[in-house]
Write a protein that binds this ligand. Sequence first.
Ligand code: 3NM
Ligand code: MG
Length: 517
Amino acid sequence: MKPDFNLTLYLVTDSGMVPADKTLAQIVDEAIQGGVTIVQLREKTADTGAFIALARSLQKVTKNYGVPLLINDRIDVALAIDADGVHIGQDDMSLVEARRILGPNKIIGMSVQTAAEAEAAMCDGADYLGIGVCFDTETKQISTDALRGPAGVRQVWEHALEVGPVRAVTIGGVNEYNAVHVLDYTRSAKGVPLEGVAVVSAIMAAEDPCAAAKVLRSQVSFAMERSWASKQATAYVDRSAASVCQAAAGVVARVRATDGARPLVQHMTNAVVMNDCANACLALGGSPIMAPAAEEQADLARNVSALVVNIGTLTSAQIPGIRAAMRCARLYNTPIVLDPVGMGISTFRKSFVYEILRDYGVHVIKANAGEVASLLGSDEVSMQGVDSIGAGFSDPAAAVSALSRRHRCIVVMTGRADYVSDGTSTFAVRNGHPMQACISGSGCMVGTAVATFIQTVAHEDPLAGALAGLVAVNVAAEHAAVSADVRGPGTFRPAFIDEMHRLSDDILLSEMRVERA
Ligand code: 3NM
Ligand code: MG
């Protein structure tokens, strides 16, 4: 019988990362105590005798815990110690030959980079696939065109699922900061996730391999059971406008009711709107913090309820701080709202937005039509500076829904009518006032409002959380525009903040104009 195996947290070893005061077997022992479910011994330079001795020393540990041990590449070593199986790459012995030698009762896994390689490995009887290379890694020499990113891994995975029953992990630069993102993002269109992640340095090079494995294991569980992507397939089918409005009002009530316990909303935002966003956040019931330094993100992260990343005045000096904030947010599963302000205007902005979406992922994209077009690679809408120009998308609902499905996140698109989508349900929001377009930062304040509200329901009902933020700002604008002392944009701005402060869930529920799009 082939042994059972569990790919949830797959450790690939690297002796080069073992510190002088430990053995590889000790690290593997600690890692299994932390939650590693399967181990692959990978030695690229060891002599055969030493390789076999090392394999025996690991086998003592893995047998003790009932965790399978696989040998990288070397069928002879696997036979010598009667290991549970092997893992082979595209340049190693062929799978068919390996199977002939090892027989039906050994596990054989294979590294694949492309859909064609995945299909071939499955046809040859691979027991699981290692799909890579996900992210850039220092552990293995790879060419940049081997990098798949989560989007490329998803393509390979989707194809494999079409071929037949398959089990797989992804590998390459996966760690505790990006594991949830990778597993959420690589789910197939039908919601089928990879079984887990494979890591080398995230555990092998960690100061405390047991602790590192524990965090990774809990991140994988989060992606399997608690993240929005894990519930999306069943929870959000075909919602009515009335039900999502009720849910949004409930979110507003919750945030406004917290006496004293205001959600801390960390802003990495632009210099033009910083003050307005801070005041909007306060007025809506949040507690804003603008902490741009990379050095302070780890200290802050535990207390942050939501993170806004707004690239409106992006400089290269801000990038390390934003990266650090996103890593920390990801570690704590804190919702991230991305406002890709004016991303179409330069390669600098565009490549940073692509980096964010590839390496960290976000929970909400809040964008105008020009930015949505840029993200979709569509030329249907163009931009002048940071503003969209022209008539907009011929089918805005299709645009936001496509973007939402691509990035597995909520998309909020602002404009004359606003749209919000979770990829399954898409709503048009007809609140708001033309005066919003006369002041700077109206859109950025939507990002702030979405972050302030979504944090209560980010992993349960992010669509309602995002809708709450969107309508709160728009209804406040309607009230402000008609208030007695408003004569133009300059007097509208403070009145706008006043009206955000006065909002209630009852007002919102009676005034929101939301319809299915
Ligand atoms: N195989 P880290 S990438 C051993 O794509 C290995 O097949 C890969 O190391 C593949 O987790 C890789 O430290 C290295 O980035 C992964
Ligand atoms: Mg190999």
